[in-house]
Design a protein around this ligand. Structure first.
Ligand code: R5P
Length: 288
């Protein structure tokens, strides 16, 4: 049985369809004072899959997930596999300043305490999140789906990581497509000046695809697109796994001369054109 939380209804329906599993109806609404009401309708089996992304509004989506998990446990469910397509609060995975809450660790502990038996997530921003759990964590890469999308839509692409941290994604995609890849490297010229340059390749007249895991404010992509345009790129297309897209991020990206933006449906957005449903379904089947 698949249960879709309110942040991932469409994705949950697609996964259920793919697995030919029943999609369980839940009732979720607010009491007049703003508190959350959850009801799982009908009989629940011993094993359940819950799908809920924990992007914005993070706190609400997490609270719904905690209520759901605890509720399922008290209804007699023995194994609850939790698919968190986008793992919110995943960026603070250490204490940078004294006294800071290490939110990724706290969320991991709360998910376990709430009754999660296993976690499935897509491209975790920090790989060490897995170590914060005592239950199995399966990480799914969206890069094969992104590569497939590029193959079908862009001629002779060159894949670019907007910074060194994104080089791994660019390499994974270019490895599948058997095309070139590179990344933008930042060099500090002086305490006030940072220069960003393409590490190795020439993008003049090329169709460039910038790949990152997250687009949040869009700042990283705007900077990268402007540089690639200045270097004479023909087409500049941007792809990411998790379209966090804070406020007017998309507007800023298109205003920087980007031709197109695509993302997966780990989060709902105007550019979530690639579905991770079949891959999530494949993982659920694999670890059945
Ligand atoms: C950074 O580590 C990530 O991979 C993304 O590059 C970053 O989250 C993007 O943030 P923004 O869109 O705010 O520049």
């Amino acid at each position: 049985m698949i249960i879709g939380g309110s942040a991932s209804q469409k994705l949950a329906a697609k996964v259920a369809w793919s697995l030919e599993e029943k999609l369980s109806p839940i009732e979720t609404r607010r009491f007049p004072d703003g508190e959350r009401y959850i009801r799982v309708k009908g009989e629940v089996p011993k094993e359940v899959v819950v799908i809920q992304s924990t992007g914005y509004p993070q706190d609400e989506n997490l609270m719904e997930l905690f209520l759901l998990l605890k509720n399922l446990k008290s209804l007699g469910v023995e194994r609850t596999r939790v698919v968190i397509p986008y793992f919110g609060y995943g960026r603070q995975e250490r204490r940078f300043k004294s006294g800071e809450a290490v939110s990724a660790v706290i969320i991991a502990e709360l998910l376990e305490a709430a009754g999660a038996s296993e976690i499935y997530s897509v491209n975790l921003h920090e790989k060490n999140i897995k170590q914060f759990f005592n239950i199995p964590v399966h990480e799914i890469s969206a890069m094969p789906m992104i590569a497939n999308y590029i193959k079908e839509t862009i001629d002779d692409p060159i894949i670019i990581g907007p910074d060194k941290g994104a080089l791994g994604f660019a390499e994974e995609v270019s490895g599948i497509l058997k095309c070139e890849c590179d990344y933008l490297e930042k060099t500090r010229i002086s305490p006030e000046k940072v220069e960003t340059k393409l590490k190795n390749l020439d993008v003049a007249e090329r169709n460039v695809v910038i790949i990152d895991d997250i687009i949040s404010t869009g700042g990283t992509i705007v900077n990268a697109s402007k540089i690639l345009r200045d270097l004479g790129a023909n087409k500049v297309v941007v792809g990411c796994v998790h379209p966090v897209l804070v406020e007017d991020a998309l507007l800023k990206i298109f205003a920087a001369g980007v031709d197109d933006v695509f993302a997966t449906d780990t989060l709902k957005s105007d550019v979530s054109t690639i579905s991770v449903a079949s891959s999530v379904a494949g993982y659920l089947k694999k670890y059945e």
